[in-house]
Design a protein around this ligand. Structure first.
Ligand SMILES: Nc1ncnc2c1ncn2[C@@H]1O[C@H](COP(=O)(O)OP(=O)(O)O)[C@@H](O)[C@H]1O
Ligand SMILES: [Mg+2]
Length: 280
């Protein structure tokens, strides 16, 4: 698959002297569903802002479909890439859901007869079609997050950057948000990069993940490649998914014969049943 975003950040330092990112190299291929996993303060939000062209004074280069983001007109970035902020209240500003989602396409110069179906399709994609006329302030936190995503989809974004899209949601809301993103990725071919610190959800949904620690990428690969040992994750202030931690302990401390460390309940169940049958 072609590379859509190619990120090389030698260093980025905030004006107060905090070096938030260093030695980052990261490619995002078309159609990928990628996670940036890191503890608080590891640089996730800063990295997404660089990828979206909001932070420009870094050393290195970011290429969007081969073009240097710093040389592109903002319009040409925003036609392809959009960032969903962690807090939807930082993103939403119009009165009604419809008006908010319509803002982007209107701003891009689309006529009203094009804007309307675009907004309707975007709201349908995030399962918010029936809320078009609703006041933004009357929405739940999770609904606001969906409206933010719809706003970017309505502009025709092919690459979505999401800053902790599951933060602040209840467990079912987290799961539904990940299902929504999976659907956009699979059915609408949206390339997705999401920042998260939620290790339990990641292995169920993401193709690839990159672990960020103190502004540096320390590991990358499939969830199976990245989630191997609890100690390594503890070093970067993360942990294994709970289910993986349990099997890891059973294997290493109790010497039960597991061949791999499963990351999901389904895989763990299969491994456990196989191990119990062997013990019979
Ligand atoms: N506007 C800012 N000015 C100075 N330092 C900042 C600013 N924003 C973030 N930082 C610092 O940069 C580092 C990375 O922050 P951030 O990208 O927000 O991490 P994360 O999103 O992973 O929690 C932290 O040390 C944070 O304190
Ligand atoms: Mg952040």
């Amino acid at each position: 698959m072609p590379i859509r975003l190619s990120v090389q950040i030698d260093a980025f330092t905030y004006s107060d002297g905090t070096t938030a990112l260093a030695d980052i190299h990261l490619d995002v291929a078309k159609g990928e569903f990628t996670g940036i996993l890191g503890a608080n303060g590891s640089g996730k939000t800063t990295l997404l802002k660089v990828m979206d062209g909001l932070i420009k004074d870094f050393t290195g280069r970011v290429l969007l479909d081969g073009a240097d983001v710093r040389q592109l007109h903002p319009r040409d970035i925003y036609r392809k890439v959009g960032l969903v902020f962690q807090n939807p209240d930082d993103q939403l500003f119009a009165h009604s859901v419809f008006e908010d989602v319509a803002f982007g396409p209107r701003n891009m110069g689309f006529a009203e007869d094009v804007v309307k179906p675009r907004v309707a399709a975007a709201l349908a994609s995030v399962e918010m079609a029936e809320y078009a006329g609703k006041n933004i302030h009357a929405l739940s936190f999770g609904q606001k997050k969906r409206v933010c995503i719809a706003g970017l989809l309505a502009m025709g974004h092919e690459i979505l950057l999401l800053d902790e899209p599951t933060a602040g949601l209840d467990p079912m809301g987290e799961y539904r948000m990940m299902e929504l993103l999976t659907r956009l990725n699979q059915e609408q071919q949206v390339t997705i990069v999401m920042a998260t610190h939620s290790v339990d959800l990641v292995p169920l949904f993401l193709h690839r993940l990159h672990i960020l620690s103190k502004g540096r990428l320390v590991r990358g690969g499939t969830p199976e490649e990245v989630f191997t040992a609890p100690e390594e994750l503890a070093n970067v202030k993360l942990r294994l998914p709970h289910i993986a931690e349990l099997i890891y302990r059973l294997k290493h401390d109790d010497r039960l014969p597991f061949t791999k460390i499963p990351l999901t309940v389904g895989e763990a169940r299969r491994e456990l049943v196989a191990a119990l049958r062997k013990a019979d």
